[in-house]
Design a protein around this ligand. Structure first.
Ligand SMILES: [Mg+2]
Ligand SMILES: [Zn+2]
Length: 194
């Protein structure tokens, strides 16, 4: 077994929902898709990951899917989603925590369990690696594993990580991908006649 500190290869660890998969935005928060037909990758995900791959990074998705443990979606549905994801993206690993909110485990972010496990399996040098996420727990998990972190700020009404790793996307991902419709320009008020 390769110890993570002795691994050689750099990696980018990626959160799933809000990073490569389009979540459902509601009430200033985001939710994982619960039906296979609602599972969509961001249109630029494949090309972006291909660039990271060409730059020499291993790519691993590390995702909390508590809806499985909470009984809101079947294990097999999430597996089917991840099959689509691995077919369309150049991923080296996909790790998911399926434990529900009431269950104690070592894998759910902000714990670094999934990152450490992947690092051991693939021989990753965590000090040369990055964790990319849209929630504070992603950033905390990355820091706990000794990675640099990139926070994609989608403007949730949830506590954000401190500013050490804030990255403001130049593209307003939240608006572009949510179901917001263009609001028709209101008609100009009629000219005032004197
Ligand atoms: Mg997320
Ligand atoms: Zn877990």
């Amino acid at each position: 077994m390769v110890s993570p500190v002795h691994g050689m290869r750099p990696a980018v660890f990626l959160d799933r929902d809000g990073v490569i998969v389009v979540p459902e935005f509601r009430d200033g928060r985001s939710f994982a898709p619960r039906r296979l037909e609602d599972f969509r990758l961001y249109p630029d995900a494949a090309a972006s990951l291909q660039k990271l791959k060409q730059a020499g990074f291993l790519l691993a998705v590390v995702t909390n899917q508590p809806d499985v443990g909470d009984g809101l979606i079947g294990h097999s549905e999430v597996d089917a989603m991840h099959e689509i994801m691995t077919r369309q993206l150049p991923l080296d690993a996909v790790k998911a925590c399926f434990h529900g909110h009431g269950q104690a485990c070592d894998c759910r972010k902000p714990k670094p369990g999934m990152i450490l496990q992947t690092a051991m399996e693939l021989g990753i040098n965590l000090a040369k690696s990055f964790m990319v996420g849209d929630r504070k727990s992603d950033i905390e998990a990355g820091r706990a594993a000794g990675c640099a972190t990139v926070f994609i700020d989608l403007g949730y009404t949830l506590p954000a990580p401190d500013s050490r790793s804030r990255f403001s996307p130049t593209v307003p991902i939240m608006r572009a991908s949510s179901k917001c419709r263009k609001i028709p320009r209101s008609r100009a008020s009629p000219p005032i006649r004197r």
